[in-house]
Design a protein around this ligand. Sequence first.
Ligand code: AMP
Ligand code: MG
Length: 464
Amino acid sequence: MPTPLPAPYFVAASSRAAALVGIAPSALEQADFVAAFTGNRLLPGSEPLAAVYSGHQFGVWAGQLGDGRAILLGELDGPEGRMELQLKGAGKTPYSRMGDGRAVLRSSIREFLCSEAMAALGIPTTRALVVTGSHQRVMRENIETAAVVTRMAPSFVRFGSFEHWHYRDKPDELKTLADYVIDGFYPELRDVDNPYKALLAEVTKRTARMIAAWQSVGFMHGVMNTDNMSILGLTLDYGPFGFMEAFDVNHICNHTDQGGRYSYANQVAIGHWNCYALGNALLPLIGTVEAAQEALDVYMPVFEAKLDELLHAKLGLSTYDAGDRALFDSLFTIMQGSHVDFTLLFRRLGDLRVDAPETDAPLRDLFIDRAAFDDWAVRYRARLRRENSVDAERRGAMNRVNPKYVLRNYLAQQAIERAQNGDYGGVRELLAVLEQPFDEQPEHEHYAALPPDWAAHLEVSCSS
Ligand code: AMP
Ligand code: MG
């Protein structure tokens, strides 16, 4: 059961998430709903539960973890199917271990904003319905206050949910869980030859596509432990995530991750590693190592095909050419050389005019090494001419895939600091901006700006 919090208050709600479960967004501000989504009052028909799972943390088997501060309220039917509703931060559960079962306002706002920002970018993710807060104190590095974020997903089952039963040598429970996932979420796999192998292959594919999408917007998850990997291929558990600003392929967004296991570059291979952990857990059901290996082997080809598709769109290319890969690679090389802001670069690339290099300044000026950009631009222009690319059309298409607005750490930080002072307007405004990431929003131009100097020292850790 959730543990109530004193005097809960409303912070922010997502009207888009609310639409998925047929709740009127305005209702979420009402006292009854605030109480319900803080865990102070049960919704009718709700039978709360916390789920057990285990997992590999930073590559090491960590044993039993489980929903230490997440409590499932139940399921709601909506226009796009059934959604599970889960409170995060609603008090201790049987799996809280040494934890307090709570989440702080800072981390709840970060999870809320990023879930909805990722959804608006078209990246598979769990959703966030509402954030509520309380003055109750919570100890982290500093004293902070408690908050609850209500998350939604068709399922919160994780790779670690399977690892749990496998490592406990409980084949019946493992099969029950696998059958539940197949019947509920992969029904098309029920009648194939080896449904468990097919499940592994399908999850591996979804994971590969999800990570290609992360790479394409510069998103870094920060804690890709197997207990944070969704069996539906959704981005799950937003902690020390980050969006790439000054491009560095080895950037580590999580201060706690000193070895860089989950750096921008490494998260691709780690996604595959995590699928191996899932494959290992499913092995008793799949039957042979060869079959599991076959399912896992789809990862890199699917990842590369998806990233290739996304990069073609990001560069406004509508045809495929054998040299495109080299063109993309050399773009990333010069981005690395000049530590160019990831989001600004791709957005401004849309303004490039094939026959007017003299108008390149806003783009060119992002590079310390202007000559490197000029060389690359010659190749890019030649490539665009080969497919008779039309500036205005290409610009429109590129602006539909290269976001202008992403959740930069400093933007989250500013909204959080206002919220910590009792002003939730910043969170709500930022949500509204991030819901239209591809649109020009002249009144919100400042949200697209480079981070200020103070933000260079912002660090995010696992503390949440
Ligand atoms: P995370 O790194 O946030 O994915 O958390 C790893 C594990 O620790 C999960 O099982 C969480 O439920 C648990 N956990 C994290 N923070 C707390 C907390 N404050 N109280 C109880 N459990 C927690
Ligand atoms: Mg987690």
